[in-house]
Design a protein. Sequence first.
Length: 366
Amino acid sequence: MSDLLTLGFDAGLPPLPECHERAWARHAIGILNGDAHRSADTHLVKPDFAGLKGISVYFKDESTHPTGSLKHRLARSLFLYGICNGRIRQGTTLVEASSGSTAVSEAYFARLLGLRFIAVMPRSTSRQKVDEITRFGGESHFVDHAGAVYAAAAQIADETQGYYLDQFTYAERATDWRGNNNIADSIFRQMEDEESPVPEWVVMSAGTGGTAATLGRYIRYRNLGTRLCVVDVEGSAFYDAWRLNDREVTAPGSRIEGIGRPRVEPSFVPGVIDHMMVVPDAASIAAMHVLSERLYRRVGGSTGTNFFGLCCIASAMMREGRKGSLVSLICDSGERYSATYYNPDWLAEQKIDIAPWRQMIERLID
Ligand SMILES: *Cc1c(COP(=O)(O)O)cnc(C)c1O
């Protein structure tokens, strides 16, 4: 201190550090911003169902992102989060635990930034997703059970001195839920000119739980009357966790890729959910088939879960003589599931009979 006083400001100060790390971070953020700027917003599609009297149905179509699912938004947010926290740097190896869709999107962004990417996935992950990861230059590491992905990813990150992106922990906090064109902001803006611009309900399934968290928080923040219904699936821990108010619940794991988890993920925020229900897998897949026929293109299994949940709410609204709009999501396209949910042999093998569920849905919507 005294030296500083006698020798003046220049004493003992080393030359100011050059900010090479920041130079790379600025370069990286520029690339991510460029990718966002080249993208248009996704469509809010409005299929017509004659049977749903007084109820308008909307689907936010997240299948049209460059990497084919709603995980394009999440991957971008997780990369921004990692870079802005100083954890992702030039040369950082990136590792993720995934059921596939997130890894596809992260592989895409890793390639844009010239970073090595390793995805840790259950062996049951669809072939198409694994091929897409490879196409974007990502590496795949397989484990036998969905519940084994977390520890394996953490270990690989440790061994490679890399960064574990950890979507299941960071999804809810990496997304800027108040605005900044997040999925909720985009949906409610696109609804503005509709007859019932404020939806009665938004229906969404949960994988990380991050999208449901963003929707629920945004609804509260904007002081809207909309309610949030989260649809869960067989083999998932989320529903019981919400019902019993217990985050320690575990489950065997889900057959519907992208949703339903063996543990209660840190990104699952039960406090913003108004209602939950469990959709049988056969009902999800039947709803997926019906919606695909009505939209003239194939949607994924979790979109079927969303649609079935939406049908349950629509049915209850009609019973009570309520009118209004309902919103849900097309999470990804059905192209990824031609060998499974769209394959009669796979359905038979899994002992899934969609016929009675299909009839039930068609009776409601026609
Ligand atoms: C991740 C995912 C979901 C669920 O979204 P979350 O925000 O993670 O809860 C639904 N469908 C598909 C296909 C997904 O990949």
